[in-house]
Design a protein around this ligand. Structure first.
Ligand SMILES: *Cc1c(COP(=O)(O)O)cnc(C)c1O
Length: 345
């Protein structure tokens, strides 16, 4: 066992802390090089680099953590690799081969093992793989050269002192155009969302809930998390749309609901009218960072729609899903095949 860094894991927030090693591979003349683990946390590139001019970049986010029996693992990294592949294809960027991608994540975490928080601290090692066009591009076209990097940074427990329900608002801004890039993890989707999120915060809301831009009647997702609903008869209802980012957390929750908890699941278009009519008993947001955050209310232009689960705690069905998924992740419950990638131990 590598000696851990001397960090008060429980009081860490969600911020960047420079760790020891990061992975870097360069794409040039149509091929990726071997890649290296380096101490150098700075990127040096042309002032005219494609990413700086036309935002050709995409990223992923996943976590490494220590399980109950002391293993260092990460959760379904192959799914992140496949999602980055689809992001690259949509953005005319070269794919970093899936097997090499997973190996690079494993190698990076191993090199930063001293930064993986201990079991029970609630903290995790956040892993950020990303790719960008690095050579000069001035006429609008894809870059010819790219860099793929992976860094890690330790992050604290997402909810300090329990998951309190949040209030989200229906946004007047759109997140993703029909047939646009909403389904891929492109930096540009986030650049566009910054004004909307700041505006939400200035008005006292935690997040924006986006409706489909074409008809403004169907629920899509928030700026960085998919949405889950639970009906009074305990059916899990998950909005479906080609412009929603395919969350790995959401897909894992759907699998758990269907195959482990024996719940009924509907993946379908969800009308905002259903929320207005009180069709749902619970609502939550899901993503790697928080796993599930409960939503207590949705605010829509002066009217608040409150869920029966209230503003004190996560509703019972979402809590069961949360406990099952985190139990699988932490090694307390048996994982479906291929879900846990062991890094060490
Ligand atoms: C990354 C992301 C999510 C969550 O995906 P996970 O794989 O569960 O972390 C949801 N929505 C958007 C827009 C995202 O970028």
């Amino acid at each position: 066992m590598v000696a851990k860094k001397d960090i008060d894991w429980g009081s860490l927030g969600f911020g960047y802390i420079k760790t020891d090693k990061r992975f870097v591979s360069n794409y040039k003349n149509g091929a990726w090089d071997e890649g290296v683990l380096t101490d150098d946390a700075n990127v040096v590139m042309s002032e005219c680099a494609g990413v700086l001019q036309y935002s050709q970049s995409c990223f992923e986010g996943l976590k490494a953590y220590t399980t109950e029996d002391g293993k260092i693992v990460c959760f379904r990294p192959d799914q992140n690799a496949l999602r980055m592949k689809s992001s690259c294809e949509r953005l005319e960027m070269p794919v970093f081969p899936v097997e090499r991608w997973v190996k690079a994540v494993v190698d990076t975490v191993r090199a930063d093992e001293a930064w993986v928080p201990p079991y029970g601290s609630g903290a995790t090692l956040y892993i950020r793989p990303y790719m960008f066009g690095s050579n000069p591009v001035i006429g609008v076209k894809p870059a010819d050269e790219y860099q793929f990097r992976i860094f890690t940074t330790p992050v604290g427990p997402y909810f300090k002192g329990g998951a309190k329900p949040i209030v989200i608002r229906i946004s007047d801004f759109d997140r993703a155009a029909p047939h646009g890039t909403g389904h891929v993890k492109a930096g540009l989707n986030y650049a566009m969302s910054l004004h909307a999120i700041m505006d939400a915060h200035r008005n006292g809301f935690n997040e924006n809930l986006y409706l489909d831009p074409a008809t403004r009647t169907k629920i899509e997702e928030t700026g960085g998390a998919n949405v889950l609903f639970v009906t009074p008869d305990k059916t899990l209802v998950v909005p479906k749309s080609p412009s929603i980012l395919p969350s790995i957390t959401r897909r894992s929750i759907v699998y758990i609901a269907q195959n482990i908890l024996g719940m009924k699941v509907e993946e379908r278009e969800v009308l905002f009218d259903e929320v207005k009519k009180g069709s749902f008993a619970e609502c939550g947001l899901c993503g790697t960072a928080a796993v599930i955050s409960p939503v207590g209310k949705i605010y829509d232009h002066g009217t608040e729609y409150a869920f029966p689960s209230g503003m004190e705690e996560m509703g019972p069905v979402l809590k069961k899903l949360y406990d099952t998924l985190t139990g699988i992740q932490m090694g307390r419950l048996e994982a479906p095949d291929g879900w846990i990638q062991v890094i060490d131990g």
